[in-house]
Ligand binder design. Structure first.
Ligand SMILES: Cc1cc2nc3c(=O)[nH]c(=O)nc-3n(C[C@H](O)[C@H](O)[C@H](O)COP(=O)(O)OP(=O)(O)OC[C@H]3O[C@@H](n4cnc5c(N)ncnc54)[C@H](O)[C@@H]3O)c2cc1C
Length: 561
């Protein structure tokens, strides 16, 4: 399989660098690892990031995509966590327009919930006070009809509203990784961290293994497993952190908790803001929200007992629970299981609390705070949230300081995300016939997602590729650019994480598969056989973990499980 992208460094260029000394090796290519990578590279540290599968393959492509202050932490009397989160949210909104957007939240209240209504309103007021930004609103039932058409009318009193934000989590990870590489770092996907080698107590090497080479292949290159010289390793492997920590005899700390989502075409429940309902079964909040042209229903919170190295998938029970929430809040939409076009699940890397009287506490009551610790040069950074990745990165680097004498403090306090071109500025660089095809929102999207590559992305468009992929906000050229320049190794990388059309379109994107094939073959040099293998693998992954749990293979597997 060809592994050279036409733009910038190739995979073999990156692999060749593994012979060199690195100040720091970061294990895990989720948002935590990517955030640390970007900061470390800015500080002049020679840094390597490795990800065992694809960048953001773990939880960081499977979140609910909210960049939020966590109004619920107020209820849990954790104002510090709320304060940190709203500050990070506001920084990301300012620094990454086009990637992080304001998203309105609506909390409807019904007859008999007078106390609840006042609790919500005072909660929002406190939340806004913490953020020093007053976004709280009250909507009448009539106003709600246009904001959330079809919302349950019976007993509806009105709704409280406020603003938070949402993003594309996988693109956030990629932007951070690309930023780190622009400062001289090396980031490799499909490269697994195997073990630490010590010289006395000090780390001397970290063994990494190329996952794209078949270990049984007699022709495999010598550097298929490489001991990389380093003094410090950051374990940013999310729900997997116990694997590396376990090598030095540490007890497991993670309680993996699964959360799942269902995807509907937006026209079935055309919400323009996130709408919350307390689930009729257990009172847990469930949200319906717009994302990338679809409506998402999420999420659940339960112990995940399956092998972490397999794609997590929604159970029929979770899917039924989420569907019930949508039917309860939007009865007029008459949603059925046939309306669900896709799903995804992720595993929260939650630090488990001590069981009380031998029983684990309710998953939703487990703390979402992060854990940072040092085991003689192996720094573990986990827990936390997508929203607060930058704080975890700073704390992780602070902990690693004794092992990083060369770190420059100059970068400290700079932006989390380096500024991209403003859309108006980008427009001035485009030919008039190109400019007229793109709205300002689309230019902003390209700047937000592709940073300083934005002009090159647009220039890469073939005929018709500045058009939208139907039912999504994605332009065809995003696919071409990602295939060309963003370390795509498998078809699933392109459809699930560089773009998100794999979870936004029905039936594993089959309607557009010939066009996708043409882009992959021209940009990645895949011959017909390689394409067929990739396409078959993609369909299998999609059916197992991203299809509607009510239909096809996933339903059959669940029925026989
Ligand atoms: C359902 C759900 C909804 C969520 N919603 C939100 C939300 O709306 N807002 C929010 O702020 N937060 C949210 N979160 C939390 C947030 O997604 C996570 O906190 C965050 O993504 C964790 O990032 P991470 O980098 O620590 O872990 P991960 O993203 O899991 O990254 C760890 C990576 O390490 C890799 N890895 C493991 N072992 C090795 C090895 N040996 N060598 C190399 N690589 C390895 C894995 O493949 C993985 O990609 C949600 C979480 C879930 C599950």
């Amino acid at each position: 399989m060809p592994i050279t992208s036409k733009d910038g460094r190739s995979r073999s260029d990156r692999l060749a660098k593994l012979d060199e000394f690195f100040d720091l090796v970061i294990v895990g290519g989720g948002v935590t690892g990517a955030g640390i990578f970007s900061e470390a590279c800015k500080r002049g540290l020679k840094t390597l990031l490795i990800e065992q599968k694809d960048f953001s393959w773990g939880t960081s492509s499977r979140s609910s995509k909210m960049v939020h202050g966590g109004i619920r932490y107020l209820k849990e009397a954790k104002p510090g966590l709320t304060r940190d989160s709203v500050v990070q949210r506001d920084r990301l909104l300012k620094e990454a327009p086009g990637l992080v957007h304001r998203l309105g939240f609506i909390l409807p209240s019904y007859n008999g919930q007078v106390f609840n209504r006042w609790m919500i309103r005072s909660g929002i007021l406190t939340y806004d006070l913490i953020a020093l930004r007053f976004t709280g609103r009250y909507f009448t039932p009539e106003q709600l009809q246009s904001l959330a058409p079809g919302i349950r009318q019976k007993g509806l009193h009105g709704a409280s509203g406020f603003f938070d934000a949402s993003t594309d989590d996988a693109r956030m990870v990629l932007r951070l990784i690309q930023q780190g590489e622009a400062y001289g770092g090396i980031a490799l996907n499909y490269c697994k961290g195997k073990k630490i080698i010590r010289d006395g107590e000090k780390i001397s090497h970290f063994v990494v293994e190329d996952q794209l080479v078949d270990p049984l292949d007699s022709q495999k290159p010598e550097n298929f497993t490489t001991p990389v010289q380093t003094r410090c390793v950051i374990n940013a492997t999310g729900a997997w952190v116990d694997n590396l920590r376990g090598q030095s005899g540490k007890k497991p700390i993670i309680r993996p908790l699964r959360g799942s989502h269902l995807v509907l075409p937006n026209w079935r429940i055309p919400v323009s803001q996130a709408v919350s309902t307390n689930h009729p079964q257990d009172g847990r909040p469930v949200y319906l929200y717009p994302w990338e042209g679809a409506t998402i229903i999420g999420t659940t919170d339960l112990d995940h007992r399956a092998d972490l190295d397999l794609e997590p998938r929604i159970s029929l029970g979770e899917a039924t629970y989420l569907l019930e929430a949508a039917q309860h809040l939007f009865p007029a939409a008459k949603i059925t299981s046939n309306d669900i076009i896709a799903s995804w699940s992720g595993v929260r890397p939650v630090i488990g609390s001590k069981p009380s009287k031998g029983k684990k506490i309710d998953p939703s009551k487990e703390s979402r705070e992060s854990l940072i610790c040092d085991d003689q040069g192996l720094i573990t950074v986990t827990g936390g949230k997508l929203t607060t990745f930058h704080l975890s990165a700073l704390e992780g680097l602070e902990k690693a300081k004794p092992y990083l004498p060369g770190a420059s403090e100059k970068a400290a306090g700079g932006p989390i995300i380096d500024p991209a071109l403003a859309p108006e500025k980008l427009r001035t660089q485009l030919k008039p016939e190109v400019s007229e095809q793109l709205t300002t929102d689309q230019l902003s999207r390209i700047c937000g997602r592709f940073g300083d590559q934005a002009a090159k992305v647009i220039a890469a468009a073939d005929h018709g590729e500045l058009d939208l992929i139907p039912a999504t906000h994605t332009l065809w050229v995003e696919l071409r650019w990602a295939a060309r320049a963003e370390q795509v190794e498998q078809l699933e990388d392109l459809l699930l994480r560089r773009t998100r059309i794999g979870i936004l379109l029905e039936n594993a994107c089959q309607e557009h598969i010939q066009k996708i094939r043409q882009i992959c073959q021209s940009e990645l040099g895949w011959d017909d056989l390689t394409w067929q293998i990739q396409a078959a693998k993609w369909r299998e992954v999609w059916q197992q973990a991203y299809s509607s749990p009510f239909s096809g293979t996933m339903a059959q597997q669940q029925a026989t499980a």
